[in-house]
Design a binder for this molecule. Structure first.
Ligand SMILES: Cc1cc2nc3c(=O)[nH]c(=O)nc-3n(C[C@H](O)[C@H](O)[C@H](O)COP(=O)(O)OP(=O)(O)OC[C@H]3O[C@@H](n4cnc5c(N)ncnc54)[C@H](O)[C@@H]3O)c2cc1C
Length: 456
């Protein structure tokens, strides 16, 4: 609000004029990524406007997230980012800038719920390659032989059933063909309410001055003099800004087309439909009852306990399950289907023989945007001033607290003229005391060797 003195006859009046200044940054998308990016850019002293076509913060793919926080990834950068982020989730009030654990007027806060993570590998999995990354970063883990796995998790059937199969495959019920051992990571967990986590970040950003415009769709990216100059909105108005961040989740590829940054050799992204189902937790495998989060690459599903005595069950893209690529994320109905429910829940029922399988699917369908190596893209683009936090591949909710800082460091460096493509920026993971080379998330990277699934 800018005060202005005007003369009317002999009287002098002070009137307040609402002058809309050009913001330093427009963030497209008010999911957990856009909220984190807005908070850090605003904290850095910039003025930020967030626009989202939806009617609430976090109502895109963030709201359907299983919000699992785990550390088993295929690259040092991914393990580092996840371990740093877990420390930020654990100190959530502090991360948001609140003095103590109180909400400081922000309302309820999302909670990190500790829950151990069990990794059940397929045959031939390069365990040593994975555990050396955990050791390097300092993530505690334990290898459980079959006896120890059964002792610590008696509700689990420890048989080996690989490869994963569809329930209509006559070989679905065969086995076991051996016994399993496992890698246990005790410090995993999940966020109890992912949409609330996004709202917490956005409320913290608003406190610093971020403006959030909901029900506001971006239909064009404005360019001029070889760089972005803002965005055009569905109502025909433009929102000028020298920096635009694409945090549009499953819709991000479409925004990249609008910005003209798809034919520059960058790693592509594509929206993928996913289902998560809800089943009652059997005795001995609930949240406070001996349960664990399980990534079961032997049978082909993941599960995590949830408050209220339930388990969430999701997919890990085994070869036998078709991938449901979608052209338009808005066309995806949020309801689960019988074939996917049976595939995921019946596999879990093999691992948890006391599971009572519901008569009909309960759960949700969501969409996430996937890169060919299932690693995200946090980067600048070939259009100066246009940045991306995209390709989150079903595994990046956990890293949201760090992604804001990553984008802020990139914007700082690139807008100051640094050539990030030639000399990648490093970000400081201050809670775990490690540097993170952001070249790992470059749009120009050669495909990283990963599991080629949501496990990353
Ligand atoms: C079923 C499922 C399970 C998952 N489980 C996990 C998990 O266990 N652990 C984990 O770490 N990650 C998980 N993920 C991934 C994680 O949830 C996502 O990576 C993360 O939430 C993406 O956040 P985002 O802000 O990028 O996208 P979104 O939350 O989708 O936000 C993007 C926003 O952009 C807006 N938008 C799009 N286009 C426009 C436009 N043109 N104009 C204006 N606004 C626009 C949309 O309305 C939307 O609100 C899961 C995802 C799904 C779908």
């Amino acid at each position: 609000m800018t005060p202005l003195r005007v003369k009317v006859g002999n009287a002098s009046l002070t009137v307040a004029l609402r002058l809309r200044a050009v913001p330093d940054v427009v963030v497209v998308g008010a999911g957990v990524m856009g909220a984190s990016v807005a908070l850090e850019l605003q904290r850095s002293g910039r003025t930020v406007v967030v626009v989202d076509k939806g009617d609430a913060v976090g109502c895109g793919s963030t709201s359907s997230s299983s919000a699992v926080v785990r550390f088993n990834f295929s690259t040092l950068a991914a393990v580092t980012a996840a371990w740093e982020s877990a420390h930020r989730w654990e100190a959530w009030a502090d991360h948001l800038g609140l003095a103590d654990d109180a909400s400081g007027g922000l309302g309820p806060l999302a909670r990190f719920v500790r829950c151990p993570m069990l990794f059940l590998e397929p045959p031939g999995f390069p365990r040593a390659d994975a555990t050396i990354l955990l050791s390097t970063v300092g993530v505690p883990y334990e290898v459980l032989d079959e006896g120890e796995l059964r002792r610590q998790f008696p509700a689990l059937d420890t048989g080996r059933y690989h490869p994963p199969r569809r329930p209509d495959d006559p070989r679905f019920g065969l086995g076991p063909f051996g016994r399993l051992d496992a890698v246990l990571v005790p410090d995993g967990g999940f966020i109890d309410d992912p949409r609330l986590a996004a709202a917490n970040l956005m409320d913290a950003a608003r406190r610093h001055g971020t403006e959030v415009r909901l029900g506001t769709e971006v239909v064009a990216v404005e360019t001029g003099s070889g760089r972005t100059s803002g965005v055009r909105l569905a109502d025909g108005t433009t929102l000028d800004a020298p920096v635009v961040v694409n945090a549009a989740g499953p819709w991000s590829a479409r925004l990249n087309v609008l910005a003209g940054v798809v034919d520059d050799g960058a790693v592509p992204t594509r929206p993928l439909r996913q289902e998560v189902h809800v089943v009652p937790a059997p005795a001995g495998f609930g949240l406070d009852d001996g349960g664990a989060m399980v990534a079961d690459l032997d049978l082909g599903y993941y599960t995590r306990p949830a408050p209220g005595g339930t388990l969430l069950v999701g997919g890990v893209e085994p070869d036998c399950d078709p991938l449901e690529w979608v052209d338009d994320p808005d066309d995806v109905a949020p309801t689960p289907t019988v074939p996917c429910f049976e595939a995921q829940v019946w596999r879990l029922a093999r691992r948890l023989p006391d599971l009572a399988v519901p008569h009909r699917p309960i759960g949700l369908a969501g969409v996430y945007d996937v890169t060919p190596d299932w690693m995200p893209i946090y980067d600048r683009t070939s259009l100066d001033g246009f940045y991306v936090a995209i390709g989150t591949s079903g595994n990046q909710f956990k890293n949201a607290p760090l992604v804001g800082q990553i984008l802020c460091d990139l914007v700082d460096a690139c807008e100051a003229g640094h050539d990030h493509d030639a000399d990648p920026v490093t970000t400081n993971c201050h809670r775990i005391g490690r540097p993170l080379d952001l070249g790992a998330f470059s749009r120009l990277r050669s495909m990283t060797a990963t599991t080629g699934t949501v496990m990353g």
